[in-house]
Design a protein around this ligand. Structure first.
Ligand code: PHE
Ligand code: ZN
Length: 851
């Protein structure tokens, strides 16, 4: 069967033939032969007329017995499931009982029931439950689950509330109907870090974070983040928790970040475990955000789930939006917004501009695992941010209240979601809906005019073609605008313009020619095109009252400078260097913001920008010019760097809060610059004196960046070889800082390291993912980077197709580059496509990326 034969279409949706009232599962756990019995209480679905076959999904299951209303049935399953013909089924409610055998220890795909270093765990989203038992594995089939686990392991967990336990067994009962993708089971030798919580209405909840013995002292930050998330969702969205326990389990082998199973979230251990010695500030920030994200899914995902997988953005876009709001409230809205936009542009714009572009709500797929993308998640969150900007905060809150009351217990759609906004505001959102159904990043061109009394701003949108969508209609784009006087005063505070037509002109009375600050807060995920002089950018960098656009002005300046260095061999001029210095040393500004302002444009970003300007980017040259740029900045700022670094030293013990983290970020940015002029003296000293991972690894990065740090790397390995999460950093760092000519060789050497456990997704990503992210190394003219990544994807694919397919997106940017590189990438894609037995996951990705 070819990949195309299995394409699933949104337009083919039909409700399931039957309703599942109740599921009773029993697991007799054994690594090589786990027995699963399932008793499904079913009834014909009144939404489907006539008597229907019952089709149960099931993959890789050995069927031991099958009974219908207690009587044995002799039916043989096929490759993907089991059909009980309509003729055998009664009109009234009935039960189906199955017993199957599965081998969790042989499950390397980490989907279904698998083992991770002696513990059992499950991953069922999106379609993993069918690898556990025969079941209608689709999100619109919601049922109450009762689970019995039999095993000698001390901790046996599943969803819902505990319903009894004894020696060798435990039972769980989940009162909330749920789709199978939210099922979870964990069994292992685990210990809990626990805390009590009382909901706003007074219900006590036992909170537990389950980890391996020895890791329990690294759970405090995750627990604190969980408690703050629970409180925040009560206060901001009026949403309370709904079970007597909330369990989180940390697992070392996991394909994704974490999973929101009802009452039993399962986490990649790197997003739970943290201590100052082992986790960086970025790690702490990610833990806080992911704990919040998974917790917020309890309402946006679990209580209200998705009708089908095309609606994935219904839960993911909204939950990302909510976790972004939460982080902003906990830390800094300005800094959070800048970081989110950096990520959006680096991942989503890149995806939207290449062969893998797809709408926020796709309308077909071959393998749903391939659609857990930056577009569904990050652009999905942007769409909600736009909706909120268009209707205002008060109507957003009213619409969300209506969404929760109207759809609690439902498997809902994007149409349902938009309808609550239409009902609350009376607006017609048909045009807005295009954000969900059309792929591609709109380009908004700006022209302006001032006649002495009136300032006219003309905005024109173009919506570029994407695969399968050659023509597009105009979108409704909220453009937040402010106007500044030449003296820096704000004459128009932030106002949201609604660009709905291909071209529209907006007029403002003003006696002076204003400087516009357009797309404040990045009010829409678009590319803004406007001829701006360096002077005007410098003015906005100094005076814009919108922190995002202030940063954006500096970033645009830096990108202009780097583009001219790459294309014309220009050098950074004193104007830009002075403007940068003013921000770097401005003590009225948040150190985290200053650190972001000092971050130079990424090589991949520069490549995309040059491509958009019609120039085929030369990765080696971008790498070299970016270094020359860093050296120029370093020389310009050098005299004041030591004092800045000293002033940012944190007295007292490490705290992971945003204020302290921001100071460390600026300190390390300054240290990185200073390393380029002091031969690494200060960085070596900082490394030797570091008492936390942020500074330990940050100073090591400074040294590697200037070709030093060999002794420090060796010592680091000796000190941390027992810690998998820390060693991932050790692997990744060396590849990230390898020069383009060396990156493939460094990677090859590290793949021969005894600790390169490539079957562990975190370790695979730390090494192969780091090479894919080393722009100069991956795109090396020799093709060595492409070849090495393709070799490893082909090696991983038979074991873990999901992770192999996700990492194949490294190749999605090939259309940007010169013909020689394009041919090299096409060669690797053809080699992958021609490999016998390629997974459906990787086959789909490769097919979409081939020209
Ligand atoms: N639903 C998870 C989240 O966004 C992500 C995930 C998807 C995890 C598929 C595992 C498998 O929080
Ligand atoms: Zn999610």
């Amino acid at each position: 069967m070819t990949a195309q034969d299995r394409t699933v279409f949104l337009s083919d949706y039909q409700p399931f033939t039957h309703l599942v009232e109740q599921v009773a599962l029993t697991f007799r756990l054994s690594p090589g032969a786990t027995r699963v019995t399932a008793r499904l209480s079913l009834a014909p679905n009144p939404a489907r007329a006539g008597r229907q076959d019952l089709r149960l999904d099931g993959e890789g299951l050995t069927l031991l017995s099958l009974r219908l209303n207690g009587a044995p049935l002799a039916l043989t399953p096929d490759e993907t499931g089991l059909t009980i013909p309509a003729g055998l089924l009664p009109d009234a409610p009935f039960t189906v009982e199955t017993e199957v055998e599965i081998a969790p220890e042989a499950n390397t795909a980490l989907e279904g029931l698998y083992m991770s270093r002696g513990m059992y765990c499950t991953q069922c989203e999106a379609e993993g439950f069918r690898k556990i038992t025969f079941y209608p594995d689709r999100p619109d089939v919601m049922a109450r689950f009762r689970v019995r686990i039999e095993s000698d392991l001390p901790v046996l967990l599943s969803n819902g509330n505990p319903a009894g336990q004894g020696p060798g067994w435990a039972e769980w009962d989940d009162p909330w109907p749920k789709p199978a993708y939210l099922f979870a089971l964990v069994a292992g030798d685990l210990v809990a870090h626990s805390a009590p919580f009382t909901t706003a209405s007074g219900m006590p909840v036992a909170l537990n974070i389950w980890v391996r013995p020895g890791d329990q002292d690294r759970c405090a930050y995750a627990m604190d983040s969980l408690i703050r998330s629970m409180r925040w969702d009560e206060q901001v969205y009026g949403r309370e928790y709904d079970l007597s326990v909330f369990n989180i389990v940390a697992v070392d082998d996991f394909n994704m970040g974490a999973m929101e199973n009802k009452g039993l979230n399962i986490f990649n251990s790197k997003f739970v475990l943290a201590s100052p010695e082992t986790a960086t500030d970025d790690d702490f920030g990610r833990i806080e955000a992911i704990i919040a994200h998974e917790y917020f899914h309890n309402w946006t995902g679990n209580r209200i789930t998705c009708r089908d997988w095309f609606q994935l953005c219904l839960k993911e876009g909204l939950t990302v939006f909510r976790d972004q709001q939460f982080t902003g409230d906990m830390r800094s809205h300005a800094v959070k917004r800048i970081e989110d936009v950096l990520l959006l542009r680096a991942r989503q714009f890149r995806e939207d501009g290449g062969p893998l572009a797809h709408p926020v709500r796709p309308d077909s797929f071959v393998e749903i695992n391939n659609f857990y993308t930056a577009t569904v998640y990050e652009k999905g969150a942007e769409v909600i941010g736009m909706l909120r900007r268009l209707v205002g905060d008060a109507d957003y809150a009213r619409a969300l209240d209506l969404y929760f009351t109207r759809h609690d217990g439902d498997a809902a759609t994007i149409e349902d979601w938009l309808k609550v906004f239409e009902d609350v505001t009376g607006r017609d959102l048909a045009q807005f809906k295009r954000w969900y159904t059309e792929a591609g990043t709109p380009v908004v061109k700006v022209t302006e005019d001032w006649d002495g009394a009136t300032y006219s701003l003309t905005l024109s949108q173009t919506n570029p073609p994407t695969p399968g969508q050659p023509e597009k209609a105009p979108k409704l784009i909220p453009v937040a605008l402010g106007l500044l006087n030449p003296n820096g005063d704000e004459i128009l505070p932030t106002t949201v313009l609604e660009l709905a037509e291909p071209t529209q002109t907006f007029r403002f009375k003003t006696a002076t020619r204003p400087v516009p600050s357009i797309l404040r807060g990045f009010s829409a995920p678009v590319v803004l095109e406007r001829q701006v002089t360096p002077e005007e950018r410098a003015f906005l960098l100094a005076h814009d009252t919108d922190p995002f656009n202030k940063w954006e002005a500096g970033r645009a300046l830096a990108k202009d400078v780097l583009a001219r260095m790459v294309t014309e061999g220009a050098s950074p001029g004193p104007d830009w260097l002075d403007a940068l210095a003013r921000v770097a040393f401005d003590e009225t500004l948040d150190p985290a913001f200053r650190a972001l302002a000092l971050r130079l444009p990424a090589e991949d970003d520069m490549a995309a920008t040059l491509h958009a300007a019609g120039i085929a980017p030369d990765p080696a040259r971008i790498w070299a010019e970016r270094r020359r740029m860093a050296e120029a900045v370093a020389r310009h700022l050098a005299p004041r760097l030591p004092a800045l670094i000293d002033s940012l030293a944190e007295p007292g013990p490490f705290t992971p809060d945003a204020r302290a983290a921001g100071r460390r970020a600026l300190r390390l940015a300054a240290l990185s610059l200073l390393s380029r002029v002091d031969g690494g003296t200060a960085a070596a000293a900082a490394h030797a004196g570091a008492d936390n991972m942020t500074e330990e690894i940050g100073s090591l990065a400074c040294l590697l960046d200037i070709g030093q740090g060999a002794a420090e790397l060796a010592r680091f390995e000796g000190r941390w070889s027992h810690d998998r999460n820390v060693m991932d950093k050790w692997f990744a760092l060396q590849i990230a800082y390898a020069a383009p000519d060396l990156a493939a060789r460094v990677t090859t050497a590290l793949t021969a390291h005894p600790a390169f456990d490539w079957k562990n997704p975190n370790r695979f990503r730390a090494v192969i993912g780091a090479l894919s992210a080393n722009h100069g190394g991956f795109h090396h003219a020799s093709g060595a980077g492409y070849r090495l990544v393709a070799d490893w994807l082909l090696r991983l694919d038979p074991l873990n197709p999901q992770t192999a397919a996700r990492m194949s997106t490294a190749f999605e940017t090939w259309p940007r580059y010169d013909t020689a590189r394009r041919a090299l990438v096409q060669g690797e894609l053809a080699r992958m496509a021609g490999t016998a037995g390629l997974s459906r996951d990787l086959a789909e990705m490769v097919a979409r990326m081939r020209s």
